[in-house]
Design a binder for this molecule. Structure first.
Ligand SMILES: [Zn+2]
Length: 271
């Protein structure tokens, strides 16, 4: 199997990948409660698995390496249930910015921040907005659930999409960590099926709420019909979506510059 894990490689192998113009996947995730039946590592484990699979799929066309997962994410809304390790937005931003700077100093120029936790999505976009103009690399942010879309959700029977500790995440964890999934009571624990609007107010407004406002046991969705077969299909769909993103030249191409002579004075990032 092709080696794509940063921490398993030697420095000279990583220098060679930078010289070849490899893409770096920087996974970001969380350690947070995942209901009564899944371990707190769920988002970290799934994000890592999908990133590794994507890198192996993409490698022949575009060499790709995966850093260790930034497990420390934004999970304040899960704190009421315990088991959750959350950090502040400022710390999260600083951590990701430092790691991106580190990659750029080593010669990597195409960086995919690959997120596997809903609570990180807005911050990820803000970080890309802030860093991209000056960081010296092309930054792309993605969340595998969104990138894979219906390719992933078509495998679900009881939910329209991926929720939390749900049919989808439970199925995928049955593949990745079968010994850590408690299947003894899956038929009884469905909760929070209306979770999609739990951060909404009015017609189109946002209101922060803790996750305990929609679920009594920390999960949202229905894990009752989770199976390893579904999980494998969803992991594959997530990985294929990321691999397609990585190998599409349009993902990384420099932006058009339509300014005419004398129309501007600040160069685009890529020089
Ligand atoms: Zn999760």
């Amino acid at each position: 199997m092709i080696e794509v894990e940063w921490q398993r490689m030697k420095a000279q192998e990583l220098r060679a990948l930078a010289d070849r113009g490899a893409v770096v996947i920087l996974p970001i995730a969380s350690i947070e409660q995942h209901g009564p039946h899944l371990p707190t590592m769920t988002d970290t484990r799934l994000g890592h698995e999908i990133a590794l699979r994507a890198a192996r799929l993409a490698f022949a066309e575009r060499p790709t390496v995966v850093t260790p997962v930034v497990w420390s994410g934004l999970s304040e809304h899960h704190m009421p249930f315990g088991g959750t390790l959350t950090i502040s937005h400022a710390t999260f931003r600083a951590l990701v910015a430092d790691l991106v700077a580190c990659l750029v100093r080593q010669g990597f120029r195409d960086i995919l921040i690959s997120n596997s936790h809903g609570g990180n999505m807005i911050a990820m976009q803000q970080i890309c907005d802030e860093l991209a103009p000056t960081c010296g690399a092309t930054l792309v942010g993605t969340t595998y659930v969104s990138e894979a879309g219906t390719d992933l959700s078509q495998h679900l029977q009881d939910q329209a999409g991926v929720m939390h500790a749900c049919e989808a995440e439970t199925s995928m964890m049955m593949v990745c960590e079968p010994g850590l999934v408690d299947t003894s009571d899956l038929a009884q624990i469905a909760q929070g099926m209306g979770a999609a609007r739990f951060l909404a107010a009015g017609q189109a407004s946002y209101r922060w709420r803790p996750f305990a406002a929609i679920t009594g046991n920390g999960l949202a969705g229905n894990p009752a019909r989770s199976t390893a077969e579904k999980g494998e299909a969803m992991l594959d769909a997530g990985a294929r979506a990321l691999a397609a993103l990585i190998t599409d030249p349009a993902t990384w191409v420099a932006p058009d510059d339509l300014r005419g002579d004398g129309a501007g004075g600040v160069p685009f990032r890529r020089g």
